[in-house]
Design a protein around this ligand. Structure first.
Ligand SMILES: [Zn+2]
Ligand SMILES: [Zn+2]
Length: 168
């Protein structure tokens, strides 16, 4: 996702449409045990104020992650807006002065991939469930309690209750 600013003859205060589609890197979601289900799509505009470029847009993709309780694959849709200032490397000091996200570029080539990947990662929830009432995995035998009742819990009843049961 590289914008070649050299070939861009964008007059000041004009905008240009941007559209990118890119396959997400597998390593990005590996630590979540997740993967991309489709390429990520970026739609937006590029603005030039006469000195710096500003990119504004949205990123959309679908990722597959394991349910936090039972590990079943769950599809999660990422839809996020973003904006970032593109700053020439020689003017990098200015990057510290702005609140916005910044992409520093050299040689007129601005690579938005790290920015977009960072946005996707920040959109992924820490905890994702296949359904609100997911029963998760049995702590003893590891069975998925949504699909089968392994019976481990009964064996685990407090022995004092077990005595009571025998009395009845
Ligand atoms: Zn689940
Ligand atoms: Zn069990």
């Amino acid at each position: 996702m590289i914008i070649n600013l050299n070939n861009l003859k964008l007059p000041p205060n004009q905008a240009q449409d941007l559209h990118f589609e890119q396959r997400g890197s597998a390593e990005l979601l590996e630590s979540w045990g997740g993967k991309f289900k489709q390429p990520f799509v970026v739609d937006g505009i590029l603005l030039f104020d006469g000195k710096n470029y500003l990119v504004q847009g949205s990123v959309h993709t679908q990722v597959e992650l394991g349910c936090s309780r039972c590990l079943k694959p769950v599809t999660y849709t990422v839809n996020a807006d973003f904006s970032a200032l593109l700053i020439k490397e020689s003017l990098q000091d200015e990057a510290d002065l702005v609140d916005e996200d910044v992409v520093v570029y050299t040689g007129g080539m601005a690579d938005l991939t790290p920015l977009i990947e960072g946005i996707i990662v920040s959109e992924i929830p820490m905890s994702l469930l296949c359904s609100e009432d997911c029963k998760g995995l049995c702590a003893i035998c590891g069975s998925n309690l949504n699909t089968k009742d392994c019976g481990c819990r009964e064996d685990n009843i407090d022995p004092r209750w077990e005595k009571l049961k025998q009395l009845t």
